[in-house]
Design a protein around this ligand. Structure first.
Ligand SMILES: NC(=O)c1ccc[n+]([C@@H]2O[C@H](COP(=O)([O-])OP(=O)(O)OC[C@H]3O[C@@H](n4cnc5c(N)ncnc54)[C@H](OP(=O)(O)O)[C@@H]3O)[C@@H](O)[C@H]2O)c1
Length: 220
């Protein structure tokens, strides 16, 4: 799918958000930039001429590939709210691709961390907040992550931020790649264990063979 872009980094004039420093509409912060979807969003945004900053947790092996691509990397951790505000300075749009890793407590990042990020975005005059949610999350409150996603959708709407919410089903590209004839079953297991294969596929009787590269950024 071709992303429709109404502006590019060269053409965009700075706009004023009323108080504070004018920001370019092309300045985006990708949260969760090292993830399956996040890195695809970073790649696409750079290709489209956006000025991309990536919020990345401090790590022993730095996410050099993001810098090599041309993005700026800033360190912060959603579970440490005091680290968030500095990452938002000069940013027009936040693209939130983050989610807690399976081994981490679900509420810490996906609820408490997101609340902190969204509140900060509101307080700092962020112009647009893009949030990736889960298909049918409103219908499955018994599933903790889906309940949190639905609550987060409502929380964003209540802030008055300009927002785009994109509800996704499971990413099938890693699975179909892993199951291709050239792969061995052991590779599939390794893929699941390493988190490369999708954790779940949510749908309503329809098949959605979506890969993360097919998913829009939701900026325009
Ligand atoms: N995968 C699917 O099939 C699927 C289906 C429906 C919806 N979604 C949604 O799509 C979005 C992207 O999913 P994904 O599969 O690409 O996720 P992912 O591969 O698990 O990546 C998660 C990202 O969040 C970051 N993160 C985790 N905890 C953090 C923290 N405390 N502070 C800052 N960053 C943190 C991770 O950074 P580290 O590298 O440091 O861990 C990583 O970059 C999520 O909102 C998810 O709920 C995904």
């Amino acid at each position: 799918m071709k992303l429709v872009v109404t502006c590019n980094a060269q053409a965009a004039a700075p706009i004023s958000i009323g108080q504070g420093t004018p920001v370019r509409p092309t300045s985006v912060l990708v949260v969760g930039a090292t993830g399956t979807l996040g890195r695809q969003v970073v790649r696409r945004a750079l290709d489209e001429g956006y000025d991309v900053r990536c919020l990345v947790r401090p790590r022993p092996a730095p996410a050099d590939f993001l810098r090599d691509w041309g993005a700026t990397v800033v360190n912060a951790d959603l579970s440490k709210p005091e680290t968030i505000p500095a990452t938002l300075v000069g940013v027009h749009t936040v693209i939130d691709c983050a989610t807690g890793r399976p081994e981490e407590p679900i509420r810490t990042v996906d609820w408490e961390g997101k609340v902190a990020l969204i509140q900060c975005a509101k307080a700092m005059g962020i112009q647009k907040y893009v949030f990736y949610s889960i298909h049918n999350c409103d219908k499955h409150p018994e599933v903790p992550l889906m309940e949190i996603k639905y609550c987060t959708e409502k929380f964003i709407q209540d802030t008055g931020l300009d927002y785009t919410i994109i509800r996704l089903c499971g990413f099938m590209q890693p699975l179909t790649q892993t199951l291709s004839p050239s792969r061995r079953p052991a590779d599939f297991v390794a893929g699941v264990l390493s988190g490369v294969a999708p954790r779940a596929c949510f749908g309503s009787g329809k098949r959605h063979d979506l890969g993360p590269a097919d998913i829009p950024m939701g900026v325009c």
